[in-house]
Every structure is written in C-alpha cells, then in structure tokens.
Design a protein around this ligand. Structure first.
Ligand code: ADP
Ligand code: MG
Length: 258
C-alpha cells in the first residue's frame, strides 16, 4: 500500500478539523471529473463547496425531522386528494410553502376520524423541516402528560422554553380525551405563549362548539379559540374515513374472488 505524502495527510487532517467531511470524501473524485471536463481551479473549488453545502443542508434537515418526532413519516406525495375532495388542495399546496410560519399563523384541521388529518399535519410539518424550520409533533394527550410530568419534576420552564424555540408546534388529536383541570390549564398556557410568536397546527375530530367538553371550562375554551382562530387557516375534512373505504374495497375484491 502506498504511504500518503505529507501534503495529502495534512490536507485530510485540516479538512477534518474544519469539519468538511464531504470535501474530504470527494475531493479526489471531483478532481478527476474536473480534469475530464477541463475545469479551472475556481470551478473545482466551487464544485467541492457545493457538495459540502448540499450535504450539510441534507444532514441538518434529517436532524430536524428526527427532532420533530413524527409518529410516522408521511409526505404529501402519498396523499390522495381525489379520495378526500372535502380537503382544500389549493390551500394545502399553499401551506406547503410555509409562508404561514413566517407570518406566525395557525392551521386547524377539523374533521371525522380517518379523513387524513394526521397525515396532512405530518406532511406539512415534514415540509417545514425540509425548508429549515424547527417543528415538533405531539398528540394532545402526550403533550399534556409531558407538561404535567415536567411540572411535577420542576422542569416545566425548561420544556416551555424548548417549545417556544420552535417555529411550528403540532398538536394532534385534540378532543379524543378530555383533560384534567391542571392539564387543560397547562395546555392553555402553551397555546397562549405561542400566540403571535410561532405557528400552531392543531387537528381535531370535534367542531369548535364542542371544545368545551375537552377543556372543561367554557371561559378557558372561549379564550383559547379566540387566540387560535385569530390569524389562522382552517381546513375541514368531512368525507368518509379513508381506512374504512380501503377496507370496504378490499373486502369487496375478496368477495368477488371467492
Ligand atoms: P385522521 O388523523 O383524520 O384520523 P389519518 O391521517 O390518521 O386520519 O389517516 C388514516 C390512515 O389513512 C393513514 O394511514 C393515512 O395515511 C391514510 N389516509 C387518509 N386519507 C388519505 C388520503 N386521502 N390519501 C392517502 N392516504 C390517506
Ligand atoms: Mg389522527
């Protein structure tokens, strides 16, 4: 095996020190392709810098997606808009551009179970991570549980600060389980703090009129809806459950075979 010469050893050491792992990996192969293309040295450096930057952005997006803690990775290309015509596709396409996050607007997805609310919330938050925004996914129950636990262990402020650093906080499944008084108040505080500071995305199977059932207090629900719905996009999905329809289709296909 050939010993590496001193400049090569030093170069590789410096690239490592400077945290340029992609340049380190590709500087030889890019040099070969540049030689073939008869590029000048600026083009060589440019190609190297581009590769490093692209990889760095990709790694950062992957980190943001991991930190968002999605229950499953769902993207918009697997969402069948024809199967759910009640969803405003144009609005979803607009939201994928994430301007609502810059404007600190909220998104509410309301509709029957199985209509794709969680899928859409994940896809929208995923798109925001890819664009450089920090998002975090919670179900309402998991967020309330975490808030209560943190309060008990005197870590509430730390969690509140963490949540405030986000660009987008997703709270899925509001309305499935009613909260305790303490839980409702903690969640109310999170929503109040988010107001005009960062975006919230909420999904619920309950129409607004029934949210009092979840939060207990009418006064709290009123104040909460006031903050949430000011400056917000509302998406309604009132079609049939996608899962139910798929299951029906499958059973029909099965019956016609037998
Ligand atoms: P919800 O949150 O409204 O109860 P989900 O988003 O959990 O519904 O959807 C249930 C399942 O059906 C998920 O696996 C989801 O990916 C799928 N699904 C729902 N609607 C669609 C759709 N229009 N196109 C593709 N998959 C869908
Ligand atoms: Mg759901």
């Amino acid at each position: 095996m050939n010993e590496k010469d001193k400049p090569t050893v030093l170069l590789e050491y410096y690239l490592k020190k400077l945290k340029l792992p992609t340049m380190l990996k590709v500087y030889v192969s890019v040099a070969v392709s540049c030689q073939q293309d008869r590029c000048d040295f600026q083009t060589y450096l440019l190609r190297l810098a581009e590769r490093e930057l692209l990889d760095r952005e990709k790694r950062a997006a992957e980190r943001r997606i991991k930190a968002a803690d999605f229950p499953v990775i769902k993207t918009i290309d697997t969402f069948d808009f024809k199967a759910q015509p009640s969803i405003n596709e144009a609005l979803i396409r607009e939201l994928l551009r994430c301007e609502y996050i810059d404007k600190k607007q909220n998104v509410l997805l309301i509709g029957n179970p199985g209509t794709g609310k969680t899928h859409l919330a994940c896809a929208l938050a995923f798109a925001s991570c890819a664009k450089g925004y920090k998002a975090r996914f919670y179900t309402a129950t998991s967020l309330v549980t975490e808030l209560l636990e943190c309060r008990e262990e005197r870590r509430l402020q730390r969690l509140q600060k963490q949540l405030q650093r986000l660009h987008l906080l997703v709270i899925d499944e509001m309305g499935y389980i009613p909260f305790s008084k303490a839980g409702a108040e903690l969640l109310f505080e999170i929503i109040s703090r988010a107001y005009e500071h960062h975006s919230l995305m909420l999904t619920s199977n309950l129409p607004f009129e029934q949210w009092t059932q979840v939060f207990g207090s009418e006064r709290l629900t009123g104040a909460l809806l006031d903050r949430l719905t000011h400056n917000c996009h509302i998406l309604e999905a009132n079609g049939q459950s996608y899962r139910l329809r798929q299951a029906k289709k499958q059973s029909k296909a099965h019956k016609s075979k037998t």
